[in-house]
Each structure stands twice: as C-alpha cells, then as structure tokens.
Design a protein around this ligand. Sequence first.
Ligand code: 28F
Length: 663
Amino acid sequence: MALVTPAQEYNDASIHVLEGLEAIRKRPGMYVGGTGVQGFHHLFKEVIDNAVDEALAGYCDWIDVTIHEDQSLGVQDNGRGIPFGIHETGKRTVEVAMTVPHSGGKFGDKDSGYTVSGGLHGVGLTAVNALSKWTQVTIWRDGQRYEQTYRSGPTDDGKRIRIGEPDQPTIAKDTTHARGTLIRFLPDSEVFGHLHFQVGIVEERIRMMAYLNPGLTITLTDLRTSDERRVFSFEGGLSAFVDFLNEGKKTLHTPASFSGTSGDITVDIGLQYTDGYAETLASFVNCIPTKSGGTHVRGFKAAFTRTCNDYAKTNGLLKPGQDNLEGDLLREGMTCVLSIRIPNPEFIGQTKDELSNKEVQNIVSTIVTEQLGAYLDQNREFATNLIQRAILSKRARDAAKKAAEDVRTGRDKKDKNGRRKVLVEKLTPPQSHDYEKNELFIVEGDSAGGSAKQGRDFRHHGILPLRGKSLNVEKETDLAKILKNAEIAAIVDSIGAGIGSSFDLSQAKYGKVIIMSDADPDGGHIQSLLITLFYSYMRPLVEAGRLYVAMPPLYKLTYQSGKGKSKQQEIVYCWTDDELDDLRRDLAKQKVSFELQRYKGLGEMNPDQLWETTMNPETRTLIQVDVNDPSIAERRITTLMGSNSDLRKQWLYENIDFDSYEE
Ligand code: 28F
C-alpha cells in the first residue's frame, strides 16, 4: 500500500485507484513484460497502439512520435481526443482511462465508435502512467484544450509517495480547430533504471504500424540527435510490407495481395516468393503481432495448400492419382503478411499471442481459395514454377527419407539379388546393452582390428575395423551417394541412430565413438574424414561430446629392473619424444640399459599392449572432438598425429594432463 497520511481522507474510489496503480508498480512484469529494454519500450507500444486504434476506428490518419532531449517520448494523434467530461464515477473520463486499469477497454462504450481494438487494451494508458515519473495528457476536443499532468514519486514535502496521481487539469478555449490526443511521458528510473528510448525499436514499431494501415501517416522525430521529421506512410500496404521484408533477396514476382471482409471481420494478405527456401509468415490481429499464429493462420495455410494442389491437378502438373504436395513444400521461399481485424479477438497461449476465434478460420479460407485461385489462373507461369519447385523439393525429401530409412532397416545392405551385404558382420558388438557405457572403436586396418577385438573389454567395447580411406564426404552432399559407401554405411548401421536430418541421438547404441588409427599422416587423414562425416551427418553426436580420437603411444621401452631373483622385465610406453628423453635420462642415471621400439602402426601392438595403452579407460588417453569447430579437433589431431613432433609436443603439454584419467 502507498503511504497514506491519516489526515487526508480518501473516498473509496481513490483507494481503488491507488490499489490499481500500486499493483502495476509492484509487478511491472505482469503489465509490460518486465523492466528491461522490452518492457521499457512496451510503454511506447501501449501509447501508439491507442492512437492506432483511433485510426482503425476511422477517426485518425496522422500520428506524430517525438523523442525529446529530456528522454521523454510524446505521441500525438489527430483523432477525436479522449473525452474529458465527468464519468459516472464522478471522475473525468480521461482520468479514469489514465488511472483505472481495464477502464480504457474501447468497445465497452458502444457509442465510442470502436469496433476493433488491439486486444487487451484497457490496461494500456494506466500502465504507462503508473510506471512513468510524469505523464502529460493534452486533448483538443469540442473547441477546448485540456491539459493535465500525472506524477509518480515522493511529494515535495517528502511525506508521501504518489503513483500516477493527477494534478489539477487546465481547460482553455481553443480556436485552432485542432483535434486529437497528445500523451508525453518519462519512464520512471525507479522502475527501469537508466534505460532510454532506442530509436531503432521505436522506428520498427512505427514502420510496422504504417505498413499495416495504408492511409495512416506516422512521423518520427528524435530531438536528441536532430530535428529531422521522418515520415512513414505506405499506400502499398501489405504488398509494400512483403517487399520491404524481401529487401535484398531475389524475388520471383511482384507481390500478390488478397483482401476481403465477412461481417465486421476484414482480412488482408500480402505475399511474395524469393528464390530461397525460408518461409516467413508474419500474422497480426488488429495490428497486434500473433507470434503463435492461430485460426487465421490455419485458415490461410489450409486454403493455400488445397488451392495450389487443385491448380496443379487441373493443369496437369500433378497426375490425378498422385499424392498432394505438402503445404510446407509449397511455402518454401514465401514471405507472407496476414493481417485481420476483428471486434472481439480472443487470444490463448501463455503469452496471449495465438488467435482462437473459430469463425475466422473459414472466413480466411474462403477469401484465400477464391482470390488465390484467380491469381494462379491469371499468372500461369508463376503458378507452374511454384508447383514445379515444390515437386522437386518433394523428390529430394523423399530421397533423403528413403536413404535414411534404408540405413535404419538395413535395406541398402542387400545386393542386387537381395543377398545381405557383408558390412555389418564387420562389427564385433559389445555384449552389454548399456548403450551409455558401451564404446564403439572404429579401427583403421584389419590387423589392428584383430588386436582390438582380442584386447577389448568384451562387455562394453564394439569393434568396427575399416579398410582404407572412407569416402571424402566434404565434397559429396547427396545423402544417397554418401550411404552407398560401404564403410560409411557400416558406421551408420553400427551406431544405429540414422543419418542427416533423420539422425536421432536417442537411438545411438554407444556412449562413446572412438576413432582409432595409426599415428601417421594416413591415419590423420582418415581421422579428419571421419570427423567431417560425424560433424556433417551426425552432428548431435559430436555436440553431445561423444566423439573421440584414441591416442596410441609412440614408443615402447623394455628394460630389466631389480637384482638377482627379483630381476624382472619392465615395459614403459611414451606418448611424446620429451617423455622418452626424460625416461632415457633416468635410466641412464640408473645405468640401466633398455630396448626402444618406435611404433609405426597400431598393428605392431599385440592385443594386451593395445588394450593397456589405448583402450583401457583406466590407462588410455582420448581426445574429445571439439563441438564448436571440428577443424580445431582436426588441427589438434594433425598436430598430435602428424609428422611435426614439435607441434605435437607443444600441444600435448598444453592440453593433455597425463596424470589424469580420461573419464
Ligand atoms: C497518443 C495516444 O490514446 N488516442 C485516443 C481516443 C478517443 C476516444 C477514447 C481514446 C474510454 C472508454 C471511451 C473519443 N470520442 N493516443 C490516444 N483517442 N479513447 S485514446 O475513448 C476512450 C473512452 O470508452 C474517444 C468518442 N469515443 C472515444
């Protein structure tokens, strides 16, 4: 509750007023969506939406927006002016509109001339007043000029906190024949901190309103930088809007526009195709964006798809028995603005930005069916091109689906006379079905593959030996061709989660996929090919940090330790030249002679050594493939596996802590 001195007596109406404004002040987030930049600029949106409502009602065709040097913002329209006569509560109408939430609901008043309003408008001006340090209202109406200021903050004697409280108004004779409402306000830094209006955000809203309301002119002056008055007025309406949205893109035709009314609902549509694939559909109800769509959008999409397919069948572009083209294929490359006006909009959804009025769906659908049908008949070349593009997209989509399906079902493993190909038999699967713990080793070369099969942890290790180089996937983009490569299909099949857009990480049969190849340039090449494959066609697996590269040792030292009976053979592995140097120095100090072996390839290790040095989670070192940039991982691997040992040394000391276990 605001501080109220007992001396000043409030009648029940004003206590009610305080509670209203107080509530807004206490929880701005509920009324303007937070106290950040968006919430701050929502105050401007509430005020200009009120002026646009007056334009929608047909009484205003001009709005001036001014950002002042004191950081306050003013909006002036040339509408009828908010009534300032005495309201049934004994207060002036304008005071009620400024201080009582949900009082401004326009169509409450049947004679207010409002048929449509921007939705939940009532709270608009009240919220602006409650959250501003001051709000000035000037009204020109009935040959009079009404001025009043509302203030928030401590009173001069500091004894009280006011919230949006009205000062005494002044009413003077006005001979200028001006009409309309001016609202100028300064958002309260107590609520928003020291935010200021960003002219870009203000301009974007102005531009949108001007496109949605051809015939309405809106000007913007930012006195903080210049006194230039910018004018936004677009006779072209939604056609101009889609043209603006497609700026810089290659468009396929001049914008099409459809519009119609049914009862007191009006529908306006602008649409224009570009040569791209993206679909942009911006929808509005009474100039309020409906980000979650609703019945108007559903009506549009259903009619659009049906009308295009009817045209295709009627004109022999689709065979009568052929499946219809899906709507999203037909809308590839389409930019569309759908704007409807309706007196009693009903919104649903968390953020109230989905239209739910049922009657709208058929009204929009009827208008689109009639007018799009006519448009296609009158623009046959455009229509044919639209259908043929969609048919191509359908073919590509079906091919990708079939390719992925084949892999999943193993259908592509059959050779021409239906015999199952040998691929998957190359895989030695783990015994466990604990997919999280299971690890797939993709091993280069059959001999290393043999050692890996024998040395592995048979419960959790799957071994897939690969022969020679896999297909260079970077150059090949056609999924169907990629899958033809036997090696790649074996990998995809072993992991079991599909490939490309149908890849589903939850189906993966391994928690880790480990690429294990020789520490030589050939090995490095295979690694980078496989990393490219995973990054290109199984990215979620990489992003989940499940792709690794094994680090086999470079050297093995063998020497005798201990004396007499306790004499025994020691084997030590080194991953770097420095490690080797350190060890040699130690052994030299101890005057111990040793035998040194430089590993040329995995195949030179017997199963136990391969297990001990490269596969055993307790003793191995793995490199996790970096999700952000596979080339980093590739560089990392080249460094480690490439011939330049200085690079390797440098990288290893910076990145691998040999004392820590890799888990
Ligand atoms: C700068 C922002 O807010 N313009 C507005 C009007 C006009 C009327 C009105 C507004 C409360 C409940 C009626 C005038 N004459 N610009 C604006 N212009 N509000 S807000 O009425 C709101 C009253 O019902 C108006 C006759 N009917 C309505």
